[in-house]
Write a protein that binds this ligand. Structure first.
Ligand SMILES: C[S@@+](CC[C@H](N)C(=O)[O-])C[C@H]1O[C@@H](n2cnc3c(N)ncnc32)[C@H](O)[C@@H]1O
Length: 276
């Protein structure tokens, strides 16, 4: 049965932000080899009085969330190096402190979008930065928020959604990708989209997930292979994939490797970047 998020009042999908927050708070103790440091996350955890040990038993997720976060950090940093005047749109930011870790240059605008109850917590607890703002709403309902985002013609855009896609309905996910690519086309902007993607097996087993099951959330969308997205949204080209499950300790590595063998090379859980 789901336990309520006592420190935040969140339940269900929004409450899953505590899993990734716990991973960041536990990283220096549990996964020191990853050399992950995040003083802003420490400040958020302290302000909430949040005890990350609630999720500490889930060693694979605690490691996986940090490994995944480092992949997203690297891909955003790479984008900002080439596009110091670019726009970052982060869907489902939760209480992440990516912008605080990256410190985007002054020419960049960064927009974090999440549900209203989450954005209230973000505004209260995540240390503010001048060129970073939060918007409340459904990140997949692009027409609801697009006019509040400084996306002018030709401006390069990086769209990220970390730990989000699996909670979307498949039709919602594709409608969102179609809407984002349509916006980029209208503005003649280049766009990179970075997501993490669950496999159908992971989706079917989400009720057994040691951390997600504590929130009552379930996964809804899985893809057999990241390349399937580019087949359905032809303006997107798959440029990079990263098999996270093989970086989360030996048991995960063995399961992910067996899955690859049995499915002729599909990842059980991966990050993927697309560009248009
Ligand atoms: C697992 S948490 C990840 C949070 C953050 N990205 C991180 O890595 O710490 C999932 C987040 O996605 C948000 N989310 C899920 N579906 C969303 C949607 N349609 N629009 C906006 N936010 C959404 C949830 O509220 C939650 O904050």
């Amino acid at each position: 049965m789901a336990e309520h998020g006592a420190t935040t009042g969140l339940t269900g999908v929004p409450e899953t932000l505590l899993i990734t927050l716990a991973a960041r708070l536990l990283a220096s103790r549990r996964n020191p080899d990853l050399r992950f440091a995040d003083p802003a996350a420490e400040a958020v955890g302290a302000a909430l009085g949040f005890d990350p040990d609630r999720f500490a038993h889930d060693k694979a997720s605690m490691r996986g969330c940090v490994v995944r976060g480092q992949w997203f950090d690297a891909i955003v940093r790479h984008f900002l190096l080439s596009n110091p005047e670019g726009l970052v749109i982060s869907i489902g930011s939760g209480l992440d402190t990516r912008a605080n870790r990256i410190a985007p240059p002054p020419g960049v605008d960064w927009v974090d979008i999440d549900f209203a109850e989450v954005v209230s917590l973000r505004r209260a607890h995540v240390p503010p930065l001048v060129n970073v703002r939060s918007l409340a709403g459904d990140g997949t309902a692009v027409s609801d928020w697009i006019d509040d985002v400084p996306w002018h013609e030709g401006r390069p855009v990086m769209t990220i959604a970390e730990g989000v896609s699996m909670y979307l309905k498949p039709e919602q996910a594709f409608a969102w990708l179609d809407a984002m690519t349509a916006q980029a086309r209208t503005r003649q902007s280049s766009m990179t989209i970075a997501l993490d993607l669950a496999s159908p097996l992971m989706v079917s087993q989400s009720h057994r997930h040691p951390s997600v099951s504590k929130t009552g959330a379930v996964f809804s969308w899985g893809v057999k292979h990241p390349a399937d997205i580019a087949k359905k949204v032809p303006s997107l080209e798959l440029t990079e994939t990263y098999d996270i499950a093989r970086q989360c300790g030996l048991p995960s590595y063995l399961v992910a490797s067996a899955y690859r063998l049995l499915t002729f090379g599909r990842p059980i859980y991966s990050c993927a970047a697309f560009r248009m």
